[in-house]
Design a protein around this ligand. Structure first.
Ligand code: HEM
Length: 206
């Protein structure tokens, strides 16, 4: 039950936000669409692939899971970069100031950290690369998993803050059933990832 729930919640949230945004109707419409697809689907699935509880392919070997993980993460990072460029260009076009809301400021920080996390992942894939070859592989793995979980939870906070944006409040209202449904779904995604990483890396018996 638990293992299906995370995928259903993620798919439901992505569909709902895309339905609100109607991708293609304006340049802005691609910002929520690409962001929720990137973080709420590709990145979530990329992390859940390693979970014992919510894994869609429980019999896959570790090598297959690692390959699926980096392919999904490349898709997630591409969506995130696309979503960021869209909102940046859109603001330039309408002569609006940049990074003035908490969503915008934390969103920019999350984007930067996502790029760092992606390069750390590249270091795990190619540990002989300069800089990465100075670190022990097991240390790099732990760091990658813990920072990955932390950054994902931060991205959930950024999505949560977007529920307070004028755009979302105009579509769904504030503290309405639809607002709370989105809020609870976003919190659930953060909880799933937090539990998975905590179980594997923090509470592992030596
Ligand atoms: C469903 C998800 C999302 C929705 C509905 C949404 C909505 C919005 C809206 C309405 C704005 C313009 C108002 C403002 O500046 O605060 C905005 C700006 C922004 N968003 Fe999002 N957003 C979402 C997800 C994300 C995510 C996941 C990130 C980054 C990880 C992000 C990063 C940004 C940034 C950096 C800005 C400001 C850009 C600038 O000032 O040039 N957004 N978003």
């Amino acid at each position: 039950m638990f293992h299906i729930m995370s995928h259903v919640i993620a798919l439901g949230l992505v569909t709902y936000i895309c339905w609100f945004a109607v991708p293609g109707t304006s340049l802005f419409s691609w910002h929520p669409t690409l962001m929720i697809l990137g973080f709420g689907f590709f990145m979530l699935e990329a992390i859940l692939i390693f979970s014992k509880n919510s894994n869609l392919f429980p019999n896959a070997t570790q090598a297959v899971k690692v390959r699926c993980h980096w392919i999904l993460q490349i898709l997630a990072t591409s969506c995130a970069v696309g979503g960021f460029l869209v909102i940046f260009i859109n603001k330039n076009r309408s002569n609006k100031p940049h990074f003035i809301s908490w969503h915008g400021i934390l969103g920019a920080i999350t984007m930067f950290l996502t790029c760092i996390q992606t390069s750390m992942g590249t270091g795990l894939l190619y540990p002989k690369l300069p800089l990465f070859n100075t670190l022990k592989l097991v240390t790099l793995k732990r760091l990658h998993a813990l920072s990955g979980a932390l950054f994902f939870i931060l991205s959930c906070l950024v999505i949560f803050l977007s529920l307070y944006s004028n755009w979302f409040v105009r579509k769904a209202g504030l503290y309405t059933l639809s607002w709370w449904t989105c809020a609870v779904c976003i919190i659930m995604l953060a909880v799933f990832v937090n539990n998975q990483i905590a179980q594997v890396y923090l509470f592992k018996k030596k």
